[in-house]
Design a binder for this molecule. Structure first.
Ligand SMILES: Nc1ncnc2c1ncn2[C@@H]1O[C@H](COP(=O)(O)OP(=O)(O)OP(=O)(O)O)[C@@H](O)[C@H]1O
Ligand SMILES: CC(C)(CO)[C@@H](O)C(=O)[O-]
Ligand code: BAL
Length: 283
């Protein structure tokens, strides 16, 4: 496995690979890799000749009071996880190579970025789409893999790729959970032992809403009430949003159906966690 840390070298590598007829899969990440990331890599491994994993904590998607500087980083451990999952290349650029002096071009997807994380993290998706567009231009993948844990991010990237006629396929992958149900996330590393236990309320409330839905409940008001009750009784849990939306358009719904997305963002102390489910889908 190679580690490439310059944009020019990565582009040269991908240009050569494409010239010799090879296909490229890309798994974009911010590092501190866990089995959620590895599941994307393992799928990427089966779908292309060359698997590239990018590791870049992208400054433009963090707000001024967010955790850019404290975001967990461990390249040595990441190297082991990526190698075990069959990666050929880790692309780990420096910020001043991605955003050199004079940088001033951004990609902005307009509507699907407005609710949920777009509302609570202003500018976040502009940073995500800009860096992902850059990664696509640098790595030139045929296929790129994203997790459904970041459900809105996947919808935003699909929109960008369609609207800008980007010539690659986007694959959305299921949420990987810890044995007790907590969605894997690099930010779980911030949780103390009590917060870690309390954080199970996210998955518990998703399961409760799905259970009500399976037993015939279609009122979003009643489903939301159940979710709010479960989360608000947990000490230290503060709901950022608990929203029911159409899983394709992300528009708000009042009556649930099989394709309704229940999306959560909850602060456990200072750690902001997200999770979601589509009510009619098996978990
Ligand atoms: N538990 C998971 N299951 C499946 N995919 C995941 C999971 N966690 C992250 N991913 C996906 O991995 C990719 C990189 O995500 P990222 O590096 O932000 O990891 P993360 O664990 O979500 O970190 P964070 O704590 O910042 O949310 C994204 O496409 C994301 O959706
Ligand atoms: C897609 C991504 C790597 C862009 O920085 C990031 O938002 C993430 O890790 O989900
Ligand atoms: N997983 C999305 C990256 C972020 O929270 O900034």
């Amino acid at each position: 496995m190679r580690i490439i840390d310059s944009v020019a070298d990565m582009q040269a590598f991908s240009r050569n690979a494409r010239r010799s007829g090879k296909t490229i899969a890309l798994v974009p990440t911010m590092g501190y890799l866990h089995d959620g990331h590895a599941s994307l890599m393992r799928e990427g491994r089966t779908r292309a000749d060359i698997l590239v994993v990018s590791i870049f904590v992208n400054p433009t998607q963090f707000g001024p009071s967010e955790d850019f500087t404290t975001y967990p980083r461990d390249l040595e451990r990441d190297r082991q996880v990526a190698a075990a999952a069959g990666a050929d290349v880790i692309f780990a650029p420096r910020a001043d190579d991605m955003y050199p002096a004079g940088f001033q071009t951004y990609v902005d997807v307009e509507k699907v970025t407005l609710p949920l994380c777009g509302a609570s993290r202003p500018g976040h998706f502009r940073g995500v789409t800009t860096v992902v567009a850059k990664l696509f231009n640098i790595v030139m993948p045929h296929t790129a893999f994203f997790g459904k844990k970041d459900f809105q991010q996947l919808a935003v990237i699909r929109r960008m790729v369609a609207d800008l006629n980007m010539d690659l396929s986007i694959v959305g992958m299921p949420i990987i959970r810890e044995p007790d149900g907590l969605a894997m996330s690099s930010r779980n590393a911030y949780l103390g032992p009590q917060e870690r236990t309390n954080a199970l309320c996210l998955n518990r409330s998703l399961a409760a809403a799905r259970n009500l839905f399976t037993h015939g409940e279609r009122s979003v008001a009643r489903l939301r009430e159940k979710v709010l009750r479960i989360i608000t009784e947990v000490p230290g849990a503060a709901i950022d949003y608990a929203d029911f939306r159409d899983s394709e358009t992300l528009e708000a719904v009042e009556t649930a159906n099989e394709k309704t997305l229940l999306a959560l963002a909850v602060k456990m102390g200072t750690t902001r966690l997200i999770d979601n489910c589509v009510l009619g889908e098996e978990q």
